[in-house]
Design a protein around this ligand. Structure first.
Ligand code: SAH
Length: 242
């Protein structure tokens, strides 16, 4: 089974197209994931079209076409709760001049990502095992990133508490969501106020193959995050801000 290329869909939906090298690397990543998935359950999404839409297209749609992202610069990026490497890995393949940290609390998942990095010879990614609540306090990670990505890790205000400590002033956080409700937006805005963040934009998409609804929420760091955030392990989920 091979991944579809769908160049015209990339063009129509995001006004962007991957290069042949990127297509080859995505294909290689896909084959590696299918192989490993027989031993370790990394993802339920294994059919080529499903993988293309939910892992490749979705990952890229969160970062492409944003005028507040300086594509040309060498951005420092963190993917928080990256799991099997999403959205970080497909983006790292597509933006080789950005530097990525792929963070997850599960050693098993990070070990697998390390295998992928070696197989694909990806030089712009490093991995880190730890909880966002702890890692967000380490001087080598706190306020060090231009861009922080987070998909399927928790509710928006929890994601905000994980994301904001990692961002430099002026840095951008991207929350990948399915549905998006007014109440979540209110909670997120209240959380951001406490964390030194500002809500900038929601982008809504219908995914190109199955017309599923997707939202990308963009937040910006406008003030230093107070030292008490993130709170100790588990607290952000148990007592979400907002
Ligand atoms: N982002 C991936 C994986 C989502 S599953 C995707 O969209 O496919 C959620 C992942 O977040 C799991 O791998 C889990 O180990 C990790 N995770 C959950 N809480 C975390 C925390 N506090 N710090 C770091 N990683 C966390």
């Amino acid at each position: 089974m091979q991944l579809p290329t769908f160049q015209e869909i990339w063009q129509d939906s995001l006004q962007w197209q991957p290069t042949q090298t990127q297509l080859d690397q995505w294909e290689q990543l896909y084959q590696e994931i299918i192989l490993i998935n027989r031993q370790i359950n990394l993802t339920r999404i294994t059919e080529p079209q499903d993988f293309w839409e939910k892992h490749l297209w979705d990952s890229l749609a969160g970062v492409i076409g944003l005028d507040f992202l300086r594509y040309k610069d060498s951005l420092k990026v963190i993917d928080i709760g990256t799991g099997g490497g999403f959205p970080g890995l497909p983006i790292a393949i597509s933006f080789p001049h950005w530097q990525f940290t792929l963070l997850d609390s599960t050693r098993k998942k990070i070990n697998v990502i390390n295998l992928f990095l070696e197989a694909l010879k990806l030089k712009n990614c490093t991995t880190f095992i730890g909880r966002a609540e702890d890692v967000g306090h380490l001087p080598e990670h706190r306020e060090m990133y231009d861009l922080a990505l987070i998909r399927a890790v928790g509710e928006p205000s929890v994601c905000a508490e994980y994301v904001l400590p990692f961002l430099k002033l002026g840095g951008i956080g991207v929350l990948y969501r399915g549905n998006w409700q007014t109440e979540e937006e209110l909670n997120l805005k209240a959380a951001l106020k406490q964390l030194g963040g500002k809500f900038i934009l929601v982008k809504q998409f219908n995914t190109p193959l199955t017309q599923s609804i997707r939202h990308f929420i963009y937040v910006k760091k406008v003030a230093e995050t107070p030292y008490q955030f993130p709170r100790p392990v588990g607290i952000p989920k148990q007592q979400p801000l907002g």
